[in-house]
Design a protein around this ligand. Structure first.
Ligand code: PAF
Length: 277
């Protein structure tokens, strides 16, 4: 496995690999890797000739400077995990390599960025879109892999690819969970032992909501889910939405597929999770 740090060497190498007829799978990350990331890399290894993963803590997608500062950085163990998973190249640029000039690009995702993560983290999805578009331009993969844990991010990236006519297949993978049900996340590293145990309540609440589908109204269920979380968490939202548009729904028949999405803080850590209903 090789670590690449410059845009130019990465672009040239990828161009060469493509000209040799190799298929390229790409797993973008911000490092602090866990088994969720590794399962994406393993899937990419199974489906492509060459696998590239990027490790870049993208400053422009953090609306909260404290969150950026506290974001875990574990480069050495990340390299070890990627190597074992069969990754071939790591793209590991500095901030000035990725952003030599002031970022002015702005994308329009309409209603998709007005709700949930978009509403609570202003500018977040534009930052994600800017970096993902840049990474796609540099790596030019055939397929790129994203986890469903960031459900709204996945929808934004699908929209980006469609809007910008980027010829890359987006592959969505199921959320990987700890035995307690807690969705794997780099942020879990910042949870105390007690909060980690309590955090399992998020996925339990999602499963409970799924078991109540159609028995109560959407509004009632959302309110009950929030009150289940309130003793231990400071929840930002619990919403049942259209799984394609991510827009709120009023009744169970408002959309062909629904997903329940939640964001909640515990012990100063912001966690998100979701479950397709
Ligand atoms: O999901 C993430 O880790 C990040 O948002 C991504 C897609 C790597 C962009 O920085």
């Amino acid at each position: 496995m090789e670590v690449l740090t410059t845009v130019l060497e990465t672009q040239n190498l990828m161009k060469l690999l493509r000209s040799q007829g190799k298929s390229i799978g790409f797993v973008p990350t911000m490092g602090a890797l866990h088994h969720g990331h590794i399962s994406l890399v393993q899937q990419a290894v199974n489906e492509n000739d060459v696998v590239v993963s990027s490790i870049f803590v993208n400053p422009i997608q953090f609306n909260n400077p404290d969150d950026l500062e506290k974001y875990p950085r574990t480069f050495e163990s990340d390299v070890e995990m990627l190597n074992q998973a069969g990754c071939n190249y790591i793209f590991y640029p500095t901030v000035s390599e990725m952003y030599p000039d002031k970022v002015t690009k702005s994308y329009e995702f309409g209603a998709l960025e007005m709700v949930m993560e978009g509403a609570f983290r202003p500018g977040h999805f534009n930052g994600v879109a800017v970096v993902v578009h840049k990474l796609f331009d540099i790596v030019q993969p055939h397929k790129a892999y994203f986890g469903k844990k960031d459900y709204q991010q996945l929808a934004v990236i699908r929209m980006l690819v469609e809007m910008e006519k980027i010829p890359i297949t987006i592959v969505a993978a199921e959320t990987v969970r700890e035995p307690s049900g807690l969705a794997m996340s780099s942020r879990n590293m910042r949870l105390s032992e007690t909060d980690r145990e309590k955090a399992a309540q998020i996925s339990k609440t999602l499963s409970w909501v799924k078991s109540q589908k159609g028995l109560l109204s959407i509004k009632e269920l959302e309110e009950m889910a929030l009150s289940r979380l309130k003793p231990d968490f400071n929840p930002e939202y619990f919403q049942i939405v259209n799984a394609f548009t991510l827009q709120p729904v009023n009744s169970w028949t408002d959309a062909p597929k629904l997903v329940a999405c939640v964001a909640a803080h515990i012990g100063g850590v912001r966690l998100i999770d979701n479950l397709e209903l």
